[in-house]
Design a protein around this ligand. Structure first.
Ligand code: ATP
Ligand code: MG
Length: 353
């Protein structure tokens, strides 16, 4: 007969088998700084899992521990059921990290870099060439294939980084802020690549400071701040946790805005915020929760504005953005202007190997 303990262990391994990552009270301290302060994660396979947080939240530190580049100071972490401390080789055989293998050489061309790395991973020369060519084509780098990497744009460089990290298709790919500092076009190219990687069966753990990015790519998101998970769920769940929606109103006349604010505050029983645009206001509907109720309240508010003689040019009911979710959860905005530390961090990931 099985003991309770054995049953518990079997249930646990069954559960972890379905998860790409499972952490329990994971901790990393640097001196007095609890950079990662008891993080629990359960990352299902086959999708993008977003880890969203501002500068210094603990994203890179978490990723480094999961990729076996940094020793946790407390708690547990498993990758495909393998403990990161006890079975680091089993973990390493199944994961890849942008920046880790992507030590691309600036003086080599994109093609030379990929062939070289493929050879280091054990591919024979013809196979290495084929794989490099296929990835260069898939990532839109065919024309740049024979150019030195030092002449690449930031977006091309980032795409080459990701290409290098999936030379051997990993079961789990860590992408640590893959689009920070990229222009919108390069960013959306990276998004397409991430989707393609997931379509091939790789699970992706993506860290980002961009709400829009997590919203577009991730099936589930953990919002972290000061080393703690402060919210977890699908993008939709996170959005509905801060209210049923936001009513955005644009008036014809700026002088009617104060009156409009009062009407909206009364009819929606909501906090009304005056936007930077002098004719615009936003009211957040907290009460009710359901979209239908929010829609009913919004249409009543529109009727009241009309009755009060206020001319409305534009009126919409939107889901709250993840930016608003972050603000509501933490009391401070998520995105900060400082993107400058990224390169230094990538180097220190290298150094920690
Ligand atoms: N090697 C280190 N030595 C000392 N402190 C560190 C080290 N690495 C990170 N930290 C500190 O740990 C905290 C979390 O840093 P981490 O790099 O994990 O944040 P992050 O979420 O990746 O931020 P960013 O968005 O800026 O990349 C920060 O306070 C940082 O200063
Ligand atoms: Mg980081």
């Amino acid at each position: 007969m099985e003991t309770t303990e054995e049953k518990g262990a079997a249930a646990m391994s069954e559960r972890t088998a379905e998860l790409a990552i499972e952490t329990s009270q994971l901790v990393k301290t640097f001196g007095d700084n609890r950079a990662v302060d008891g993080i629990d994660l359960a990352v299902p396979t086959g999708a993008v899992y977003g880890v969203l947080g501002p500068n210094g939240a603990g994203k890179t530190t978490t990723v480094r521990m999961l990729a076996t580049l940094l020793r946790p100071d407390g708690g547990q972490a498993r990758v495909f059921g393998h403990d990161v401390l006890r079975e680091p080789n089993a973990v390493r055989s199944r994961v890849s990290l942008t920046g880790q293998y992507a030590s691309v050489d600036e003086d080599l061309t994109g093609a030379e870099n990929l062939v070289l790395l493929a050879r280091l991973l054990g591919h024979r020369k013809p196979a290495a060439r084929d794989r490099a060519a296929a990835l260069l084509a898939a990532f839109g780098l065919e024309e740049a294939a024979d150019r030195q990497v030092k002449n690449y744009s930031g977006g091309m460089r980032r795409r080459l980084d990701i290409a290098a990290s999936i030379l051997n298709t990993p079961d789990l790919l860590f992408l640590d802020e893959p689009t920070t500092g990229l222009d919108p076009r390069s960013r959306s190219q990276v998004w397409d690549i991430v989707r393609a990687v997931v379509a091939h069966g790789t699970t992706v753990l993506l860290t980002t400071q961009y709400m829009e990015e997590a919203d577009r790519l991730a099936g589930r998101i953990a919002v972290i701040d000061h080393g703690k998970v402060i919210a977890e769920g699908t993008p939709g769940e996170l959005k509905s946790s801060v209210g049923a929606g936001a009513v955005h109103v644009r008036l014809r006349e700026a002088w009617q805005r104060e009156q409009a604010r009062q009407v909206l505050a009364r009819t929606l029983d909501a906090q009304v915020q005056l936007d930077a645009d002098p004719v615009a206001l936003t009211a957040r509907i907290m009460d009710g929760g359901t979209r239908d109720r929010a829609a009913a309240q919004a249409s009543r508010a529109l009727a009241e504005l009309d009755e009060a003689g206020i001319t409305v040019d534009d009126f919409s009911l939107g889901q709250p953005s993840l930016d608003e979710v972050f603000l509501a959860l933490t009391g401070h905005p998520a995105e900060q202007a400082d993107d400058s530390e990224q390169d230094g961090e990538r180097e220190s990931v290298e150094a920690a190997k």
